[in-house]
Design a protein around this ligand. Sequence first.
Ligand code: DON
Length: 571
Amino acid sequence: MKLALRWHVLLIGFLLGMSGAYAADNPTPSLHAEQLAQRPGRAGIASANALATEAGFEVLAKGGNAFDAAVAVASTLSVVEPESSGIGGGFMATLHIASSNRDVFVDARETAAAAVNAKDYLNPDGTPNRDAALKGPLSAGIPGEPAGLAWLSKHYGKVPLTVSLAPAIRTARDGFKPDGRLIGSIQDEQKNLERWPASAAKYLPDGKVPAAGEIWRDPEQAHTLELLAQYGDSGFYSGETAQKLIDAVHAAGGNWTLKDLSSYRVKERMPITVDYHGYKIITAPPPSSGGVAIAEILNILSGFDMSKLDQVHRTHLVIESMRRAFRDHNDYLGDPDFVKMPLDMLLSPYYADGLRQTILPDKATPSSMLAPTNGQDPGMHTTHFSIIDADGNMVAITSTVNYVLGSTFVAKGTGVLLNDEMDDFALVPNKPNVYGLLGSKANAPEPGKRMLSSMSPSIVIGPDRTAVIGSPGGSTIITQVLEGILAFIDGGDAHQMVAHKRFHHQYMPDAVMVEPGAFDAPTSEALTRMGYTLKEREPWGFMNVVIWDRRTNKLDAASDPRRPDGLGKVQ
Ligand code: DON
């Protein structure tokens, strides 16, 4: 049975790899002609911090569009939510440009330095060195966010960076009151921050964790943002900031060069699109695994009439689809500029047909019957925001420094907190990263290569309504976005989408993570009888959604109720 199942899937995969009906090369227009003339007339922004949401509206009021507002929101988050994202990190964005009815994916993901050496992430005895992977300059990829912000402004914005970066610069210079999440993150990482004087100087003024209600300033980041505003990306990747970054990284044992910085490039890619019951989902291609996995899951589910099923069987099919998609994630995906991936196969509806056949109607498939891979900690250190402007431009951005406060390493004199995105590579083959994800050669570190991500900024265009959606949460990003999309398709409003109770399966470990309240007792009992191991976990994610109802021409914005500091607003 075990072998038969495996061969069945492999054979179908092989055949499809050779033929190929594929979604990635099949972009359908986002909106039909009659819909194109329609404009919301107002704007909606949902982000993880009220100051960032307001910064977006401030730039809209100054004549900016959704893309300028995105620059304002992302840069303000770099100041007020540094535990999650910032100019020392990277982002992925899915854009809809209303005037040309075009969908674009902007990849501002970090890259490995040219001197990357997998041995640096091993202890002398050959075991993984988790500290090198997660803390200090060796854990940091070359930042993509500054170049990404300059790119958005230059190619899609209406106002200069001096306008769109102004709220972040002002907030950094004049100060703000840190929220409970930032204070908690600094407390949790105090020991690591104390390892590097510039990190301690920034986050532990007077040697102490900032107190609630105290005004906190970040003048060095204000200066770095000013150089970016004035000179565009060369204000970060060359000149004063670049030299300070290199000096600081070298002094602490890192391996970046000026050339690594000056050769960083934003990449525009074709988003992955998938059609599901009349809804078009526009989502993230590699180097994110998110879109491939979401497409694969929806393609499997599209062969079932979910509306006829009870919650137990519906959940069963969703979990089994997640399991199969994450198996492929671990085996195949990486940076498309470095690895050949069988995307034709993975995105094919026929491949999904084959996988669907392997799902038993009333029983969980043990992951060990499908093939090999471990624990995870979803956290919520990464951030997502969604914007729709008055003209119908849309932006979904997920931005990250990876784990809480990134590498905890601040480059002296810049205020820039570096990411620890190198852990998103399979630094040691088949050893779990911080999210329990395993990887293979496809995601091995190489000079200049982008590490695989789970970030899944997405736009969903339905017959009457459009949603902009995304969330942080490591590997759980994919399943959160999937479940949010399904809630939208079921008619959910923005609040219902972000509040929707979550569950998650990622192939290995072979257990379903369940948010308290996601399943009632009979559902949990039935799933357990079907062979599932259910593990209740603290709520995870920080989803931010904006919806445009094109029938009523109303916008609706909501921020995840699990966290107190977000703000979804329409004005
Ligand atoms: O790119 C990725 O998939 C990860 N670096 C995202 C990290 C994340 O979402 C952490 N927070 N919850």
